[in-house]
Design a protein around this ligand. Structure first.
Ligand code: SF4
Length: 337
């Protein structure tokens, strides 16, 4: 085994790069082939810059987790098209072997349930160091690096706990270990798919604070997948709202919360309970989101939309820019997509 130059690289790379680190264009994801193919994600485009935290929100089945899996190319049964550019490399065009090398190196992922990401029979130290060991870094150097990243993520008594097993950690500490596993290869982009859903509220806050500061310190581009608009408000710089496989609105977090443009976004925000609000004032969105088999023609939200017009049942609306927002809704003009 050799100690590669990578093993001695600074843990916190400096970056002031304003260009997008993650540039996604025309991403579509289908299962199956030919007439039986089902499109789960349809022509999604977005970018995330260095040190930026972008939230991808929507109801269950909207396509947000499928988008995350497609960026990582985790499911070999998915047909993925479009461009996923990180540092000049289009991940969609890579061979399976090349993509395996990119996971952890240019793009990392944190999943919802830390227990499902951890091997109960391996020590924490070995699991965090594994990415580096697979790259040929010596056991001693990989272990030293694992300790540094666990320290950075404020895992208590990290040195003595390298030899511990996952069941000896609390839920919050386990999620820190999973974040350490995702970060030890120093990826430029981190996808966090509902990373705090399995945690109680206080631990949730600490884990999000940690992700926030790591993103700032490392210049990491973070894509947070969540259905929780409360988390979005405290964590993200920018929000993308997804419905039935498409992004229907994007904006900076403050204007999106202050003045949502799309009727679906208005419904999502209207459904958040507020302390100064009576229960009967809470709004809900009527009906249920369509499945990929039951998406209606035109705007996919039209059966649930109180403002639907004739054109909404025929043409899917184009994404148009209005102020800092991008929105796909006929009310805001722009014709069909
Ligand atoms: Fe409603 Fe029409 Fe806008 Fe869709 S395009 S959200 S149906 S108004």
């Amino acid at each position: 085994m050799v100690d590669t130059p990578f093993a001695n690289a600074p843990l916190v790379p400096a970056t002031n790069d304003a260009a997008p680190l993650l540039d996604v264009r025309g991403l579509s994801v289908s299962f199956g082939h030919g007439p039986a193919a089902v499109r789960l994600v349809d022509n999604v485009s977005f970018a995330v810059g260095a040190g930026e935290r972008v939230a991808l929100v929507g109801e269950s089945g909207s396509g947000k987790s499928v988008t995350a899996q497609a960026l990582m190319r985790l499911n070999p049964h998915m047909q993925v098209s479009g461009v996923v550019q990180i540092g000049g490399c289009n991940l969609v065009a890579l061979s399976d072997k090349e993509m395996t090398a990119e996971r952890g190196a240019s793009i990392g992922m944190v999943f919802q349930d830390p227990m499902s990401s951890l091997d109960p029979l391996m020590t924490i130290g070995d699991q965090v160091a594994e990415t580096l060991r697979l790259r040929g870094v010596s056991a001693a150097a990989a272990r030293a690096r694992a300790l540094r990243v666990l320290d950075e993520l404020r895992v208590d008594r990290a040195a003595e706990r390298l030899a511990a097993y996952p069941h000896e950690f609390s839920g919050g500490m386990r999620q820190r270990v999973v974040i350490a596993m995702a970060l030890i290869g120093e990826p430029k982009v981190l996808i966090a798919d509902e990373p705090t859903t399995a945690l109680d509220v206080r631990v949730q806050e600490r884990v999000l604070d940690l992700l926030y500061s790591v993103s700032k310190e490392r210049g990491l581009a973070v894509l947070l997948i969540t259905h929780d608009m409360g988390i979005v408000a405290g964590f993200a710089d920018r929000v993308m709202v997804m419905y039935a496989g498409r992004i229907i609105e994007q904006n900076d977090v403050e204007p999106l919360f202050a003045s949502p443009r799309h009727p679906y976004t208005q419904g999502l925000l209207g459904a958040i309970p507020r302390i100064d609000q009576k229960r009967e004032q809470l709004q809900s969105i009527p009906g249920a989101p369509p499945t990929p088999f039951t998406r209606p023609p035109g705007c996919h939200f039209n059966p649930r939309c109180a403002m639907a017009m004739e054109i909404c049942r025929k043409d899917y609306p184009a994404m148009i820019e209005t102020g800092s927002a991008r929105v796909a809704c006929h009310i805001h003009g722009g014709g069909h997509a």
